[in-house]
Each structure stands twice: as structure tokens, then as C-alpha cells.
Design a protein around this ligand. Structure first.
Ligand SMILES: Cc1cc2nc3c(=O)[nH]c(=O)nc-3n(C[C@H](O)[C@H](O)[C@H](O)COP(=O)(O)OP(=O)(O)OC[C@H]3O[C@@H](n4cnc5c(N)ncnc54)[C@H](O)[C@@H]3O)c2cc1C
Length: 660
């Protein structure tokens, strides 16, 4: 019989559910908290905030990360900002509007109850971070400043220049450090979780590899929380940090945690275009730039051809010959349409031959108008570090005047193109953020989260911190309430020994393949397959072909991989090989999910399912559910699809409209 998923959404009206839940959940008394251990894997915004909060509450926390410091988690790279419904601008924002924009932005594929809770706690996050001393940008009078991000007509994004993630992470890290100092958090840096240990059907510990010595170690606890980030690097080239990986999530999947909506992958419209085949990383240009930057391509094909041939420069094309295609197609939201819409529109223009660089795969992001309106000082104040970053990489300064024609100043435009950026899919969790394995929780980007089929800009930081500071600390107690009666589990138990043995055997298997191909060469091939067949535009034939290629690539990995060095001590290639093994399986999951979902929604665009105007065409009658994939005991077997039906109580499901 097919498994049935219980999302545990509380009864009652949507706006009351979270209050009701908190009023009736089970609690752990202060003495019992001292007896309970929680493992938190990850020190990004989700993991650090959860670890600090749980420790502050009295639990004993073991916190792991692969970097040498929690501060180097990928969250530090977040640039643009974090959303909250404070309505400081008095522009009509509210908890309901943030909730509504998020559900609509996600193309009506997120859970209503979760998103409402997210919008509700968003304001607490800002208060919490301000109390920690996070230096959010302020107006002259002292009020916190806001800017706009895609999919919203209000300004609700709080920011610290283009370094919001860094400042938020320093805030969370300071709270974490206080708990480390108090002895309530024990920190394990440069440790990688390789597997979860299941005892009597519950998550009761992990096996982690000390990345410096290469030794495997066992850790037991009453609950395990993974906060290990997204799987964007399955595409090889992405805006994610090089170390981002999905090994912990995939290993939990192999042990019975279902994976939800893996095909919902976000392709961000404003990244520096690929410039050669030796690249291993792409750079994001924050969405905040779309507040003041205008996106365009030439109206005339001959101009595009001249740009591609480098016989003309962008600034030489006069205003009347520029096609501000987002403003033209979506007058109500203009350059601030959601990311999936903006990315597809860029692809559409480039597919038609209007691309502006030598590969034909770029569009312009131009600040000429806003610099004239606001002055360069104001623009630099808002985006200075992003301009510097762009110049450092491309040698073009978008704040530099290129020429003046007919009294109009033209500045050097940035070139941008869509790239893999964020993964909405991930480990399935119920309302309590618990996976299908009791005692195993998933938070932050690694869970399938609250963003549906498309995440709005500045909402990932909101979700990660909501999970860590304000949701998990409540919901985990509901699970832990009756756990204090159990004695601490010894790591000598057979379940720990067997799991460690399996991890060790797997490492030996990888080391002994002794083939001819480097990890990176196979990873790059994986990226090509994913981008070509499981990328921005997907088709049935392409996905079937992609799945075949992925299976062949797995065979290639299993028979022709070469890892230099030994398993003892530090071996970065071995660690990358483990990650790659899991990226390949994750890639297959993305393809399976994309193939079965015969509709287009948000970031998942099936070319067979589009409107005459090229917009995503949903099929609510047949696909109004969360697609969850259940592992069938072997990487070789196709996963089984389990559906969690969605149920909307207050939002009317309709076609997304950003035109009027
Ligand atoms: C360039 C860029 C800019 C962005 N800007 C914004 C923005 O402005 N606003 C916004 O809302 N979002 C933004 N995002 C998205 C946002 O940054 C991420 O979604 C978010 O930071 C993820 O946080 P996290 O805590 O879930 O995971 P991460 O920050 O990725 O942290 C993962 C943690 O898990 C640890 N880990 C991973 N695997 C293991 C393992 N097996 N064992 C032990 N530890 C492990 C890592 O060491 C790390 O500590 C941006 C993303 C990118 C790529």
C-alpha cells in the first residue's frame, strides 16, 4: 500500500494555526531539557540560529560544519536582503500581503499554513537581528531602510549594503558563540556528516568524518536536525559556494526521508554570464540591482549581431532602439517580476537572437537612468560593493559614464544571464519541520521549504532564520517531550557500528575504483547534462534522454573515477567524490520529478505546457500536490512517487499575473 504523508497542519483558520499550535504543543520542562541532546548539522543561518536557540533554551547541542569556522557557511554570500512585513514604508504591506505574494510567487505550489507562519514570524526576525546588533541600512532619521525585490509591489526588504547574509550570519554566530562559551553548544568544525543512525525507527545519531584526520566518528543524540543547504551544485556551474553539497540530505533520503519537489530549482536572472569552459563557479549580481537597474536588449537584430561581433558597444545604442522587454511585457511589475519570469524572458530574447555578448547569451542591466535621476553617489551607496565586484570580474565599471548623446548620459551597462541559484525542493518536512524519519528534522534551504515552485528574492534568509529562531525551537519540543525518559544511547550500539562500517566500506569502494577520470571532469559532465536536459526549458524527450545520460554517468563514476591520495588524513578529492556521488542521485531525482510533472509552474518549465504568450501553464486539476519521492533501497531503482495533496483555505488559486 502506498505510504500516506501527514503534513500535521493544525486545524482552525489559517491566521490562527500557528498561535493555536504553540498554545497546545507539548513542552519540555527545564530539568528535562538538560538531559536532552540535539545534533544540529550546519552552521549557516538556519543551523546557527537553531543551535543557538536550542542551547539558550537549555538543550545540549552538538553543532557540525564542514568549514573551519561556522562563519564560512554559504549563507555569508547572501547579498541583497531579507524580507519582513513591518510596513515601515507605509506602502500597504502586511502579514497577509507577504503571505499572499509568497504563495503567488511560488505559483500556488506551497502550503498555505507554512507560508502564513513564515510571514507572521518575519517581523520577529528583524527585531531579533537588530537586538543582536546587525547593522541594517537605515534612513537618515534612523528608521530601518527597505528596498524592493521581485514579485512584490511594496518595499519590504531589509538589507546591509550587498552583504546582508554576512551581517546576519555574524549576528547568529555571536549568539552561537555565547552558547559555545557557556558549554551548551559543542562545535565540531571540519566534520562532515556521512550518514544518519537509525535506532528503532528513529534518528538517534550521525556518523561524521573528521575532514582533517579522515577518521569516522560516532555521535548520538535524542534528535538530529539537518541544516545543510541546497543542491544547486548538482548543475556544476551555479552561484552557490563551491563547498555546498547535498550529501547529508541524500543520505537521509537513502535512509527513508522523502525528497519533495526536487524539480523546483531556481534559475536566477542576474548572474555574470558564463565566459568559458574553464569556469567552476558563477557569480550572482544581487536582485536588489533590479530596483534601479533596467534590463534591456536591442530592438534591432542588426544591433544585436554587431554587439555579438564586438563591433558595437551597448552604450552606443540610443534609447529609442532599446527594448526594455520586462517593462514592455509586465507593465505592473516591470523589472521586478519574480525570478522565474525574468529568467525565462531573458532566455526568450536570447533564443530569438537578441543576446548581447559574443555567445549571444546575455542581456544588459543598465543604471544610466537611475544615475541621472539619483546621482552616482546615491547609487554607489546602494550598490557600491556589487559594482566593485562586477568590475573586478569583468573589468567594466557600471558606474562609469561611457558617453553623452543628445544631452543623455550613457553608462557602461552590466551583462547578465540566468544561472542556477537556489533549490526550492528538498527533504520533505511536515508542519513541525520533521522529516518522514521520526526524530530527524530539516531546516533552511535543505528542506522543501515554503517557497512552492519559485522562491521570491530575500525570502530564503527569512525562511532559514524563521526555521532556526522561531519555528524549530517550538516544534522540536513536541517531539522531545517524551524523550527524556530514555537513557543516553551508547555509540557502541550495533546500529552505530553497522552504519559506520557501511560508510567506511563506501569510502573504500570509491578509493578503489582507481579509474582515469577526475572528480571535476565527471562533475562538469553532470552539469552539462543537467543544464541541457533538466534546465530552464524542459521537454519529455529531453528529460528521458537526460535520465539515460545520468544513469550512464553514474556507471562512469562507479567504474572510471580516480581519487588521488589516501583515505587517511585530509583528502579534498575524496570529499568531493562523496558529494558528486550524491549530486548524481539528486540529479536523477530532479529529472524524475520534472518528467512526471506534466505542467509548468514557477521554476519548472515544461515547454509542452505554456500559454500562447510563453508563460508557464499550470494544471491544477492533476498536479495540485507536493511530489515526494521515496527511496526504494538502491540507487539503481527508480524512486516511488507519493503525493501530498495541497489544500488552500483562503487564497484563490489562479493564474499568476504580473502584467496588470
Ligand atoms: C550568491 C548568493 C546570494 C544570495 N543572496 C540572498 C539574499 O540576498 N537573500 C536571501 O533571502 N537569500 C539569498 N540567497 C540564498 C541564501 O543565501 C541561502 O538559501 C541560505 O543562506 C541557505 O542557508 P542554510 O543555513 O540553509 O544553508 P547554508 O548557509 O548553505 O549552510 C549549510 C551549512 O551546512 C554545513 N554542511 C553541509 N553539508 C554538511 C555535512 N554533510 N556535514 C556537516 N556540515 C555540513 C555547511 O558547513 C554549512 O555550515 C543567496 C544565495 C546565493 C548563492
Amino acid at each position: 500500500m502506498a505510504k500516506v504523508l501527514d503534513s500535521k497542519i493544525p486545524a482552525g483558520p489559517v491566521p490562527e494555526k500557528w498561535k493555536e499550535y504553540k498554545a497546545h504543543q507539548r513542552l519540555v520542562n527545564p530539568k528535562n531539557k538538560l538531559k536532552l541532546d540535539v545534533i544540529v548539522v550546519g552552521t549557516g543561518l538556519a543551523g546557527a540560529s537553531a543551535a543557538a536557540s536550542l542551547a539558550e533554551m537549555g538543550f545540549n547541542v552538538y553543532n557540525f560544519c564542514i568549514q573551519d569556522s561556522p562563519r564560512r557557511a554559504h549563507s555569508i554570500a547572501a547579498q541583497g536582503g531579507i524580507n519582513a512585513a513591518k510596513n515601515y514604508q507605509n506602502d500597504g504591506d502586511s502579514v497577509y500581503r507577504l503571505f499572499y505574494d509568497t504563495v503567488k510567487g511560488g505559483d500556488y505550489r506551497a502550503r498555505e499554513a507554512n507560508v502564513y507562519r513564515l510571514a507572521e514570524v518575519s517581523n520577529n526576525i528583524i527585531d531579533q537581528c537588530v537586538a543582536q546588533g546587525v547593522p541594517f541600512a537605515r534612513e537618515y532619521g534612523g528608521m530601518l531602510a527597505n528596498r524592493s525585490f521581485g514579485g512584490a509591489q511594496v518595499s519590504r526588504t531589509f538589507y546591509a549594503k550587498g552583504q546582508t547574509g554576512q551581517q546576519l550570519l555574524l549576528g547568529a554566530y555571536s549568539s552561537l558563540s555565547k552558547e559555545v562559551q557557556r558549554g551548551k553548544v559543542k562545535l565540531f568544525t571540519r566534520y562532515e556528516m556521512e550518514d544518519v543512525v537509525i535506532v528503532d525507527g528513529r534518528a538517534r545519531g550521525i556518523i561524521a568524518k573528521n575532514l582533517v584526520t579522515g577518521k569516522l566518528e560516532r555521535f548520538s543524540a535524542n534528535a538530529v536536525v539537518i541544516a545543510t543547504g541546497g543542491y544547486g551544485n548538482a548543475y556544476f556551474l551555479s552561484t552557490n559556494a563551491m563547498g555546498c553539497n547535498c550529501t547529508a540530505a541524500i543520505q537521509c533520503y537513502r535512509k527513508g526521508a522523502m525528497m519533495a519537489n526536487p524539480s523546483y530549482v531556481q534559475i536566477h536572472p542576474t548572474c555574470i554570464p558564463v565566459h568559458g569552459d574553464k569556469q567552476s563557479k558563477l557569480t550572482l549580481m544581487s536582485e536588489s540591482l533590479r530596483n534601479d537597474g533596467r534590463i534591456w536588449v536591442p530592438k534591432k537584430l542588426e544591433d544585436a549581431k554587431a554587439l555579438q561581433a564586438d563591433t558595437k558597444q551597448g552604450y552606443e545604442i540610443p534609447e529609442e532602439d532599446r527594448d526594455y522587454y520586462l517593462e514592455r511585457r509586465y507593465p505592473a511589475f516591470g523589472n521586478l517580476v519574480p525570478r522565474d519570469v525574468a529568467s525565462r524572458a531573458a532566455k526568450e530574447r536570447c533564443d530569438k537572437g537578441f543576446g548581447v555578448n559574443n555567445t549571444g547569451l546575455a542581456v544588459f542591466l543598465d543604471f544610466s537612468e537611475s544615475i541621472q535621476r539619483l546621482g552616482i553617489d546615491e547609487i554607489r551607496q546602494r550598490y557600491g560593493n556589487l559594482f566593485d565586484m562586477y568590475e573586478e570580474i569583468t573589468d567594466v565599471n557600471p558606474g562609469e559614464k561611457a558617453c553623452t548623446k543628445n544631452g543623455v548620459d550613457y553608462y557602461y551597462p552590466m551583462m547578465i544571464f540566468p544561472a542556477i541559484h537556489y533549490t526550492m525542493g528538498g527533504v520533505w518536512v511536515d508542519y513541525e519541520l520533521q522529516t518522514t524519519i521520526p526524530g530527524l528534522f530539516a531546516i533552511g534551504e535543505c528542506n522543501f521549504s515554503d517557497h512552492g515552485a519559485n522562491r521570491l528574492g530575500a525570502s530564503a534568509l527569512m525562511q532559514g532564520l524563521a526555521d532556526g529562531y522561531f519555528v524549530l525551537p517550538y516544534t522540536i519540543q513536541n517531539y522531545l517531550a517524551d524523550q527524556a525518559i530514555w537513557p543516553r544511547l551508547s555509540t557502541d550500539m550495533p546500529e552505530f557500528a553497522e552504519t559506520e562500517k557501511a560508510v567506511a566500506a563506501e569510502i573504500d569502494r570509491l578509493m578503489n575504483i582507481k579509474g582515469k577520470r577526475s572528480v571535476d571532469s565527471i562533475h562538469k559532465e553532470l552539469g552539462h547534462i543537467m543544464w541541457e536536459h533538466v534546465g530552464m526549458g524542459r521537454t519529455k524527450e529531453g528529460l528521458e534522454e537526460g535520465l539515460k545520460l545520468l544513469k550512464n554517468l553514474r556507471k562512469e563514476f562507479d567504474t572510471n573515477l580516480f581519487i588521488p591520495g589516501s583515505k587517511e588524513g585530509l583528502n579534498v578529492e575524496l570529499d568531493k567524490a562523496i558529494h558528486l556521488r550524491d549530486f548524481i542521485l539528486m540529479g536523477e531525482l530532479v529529472a524524475y520529478d520534472a518528467l512526471h510533472r506534466e505542467e509548468s509552474c514557477g521554476g519548472h518549465f515544461r515547454e509542452e505546457h505554456q500559454t500562447e504568450e510563453g508563460e508557464a501553464k499550470r494544471d491544477d486539476e492533476n498536479f495540485f500536490y507536493v511530489g515526494c519521492w521515496d527511496y526504494q533501497g538502491s540507487d539503481d531503482k527508480a524512486p516511488e512517487l507519493i503525493k501530498e495533496p495541497l489544500n488552500y483555505e483562503i487564497i484563490k488559486v489562479q493564474t499568476r499575473n504580473y502584467k496588470n
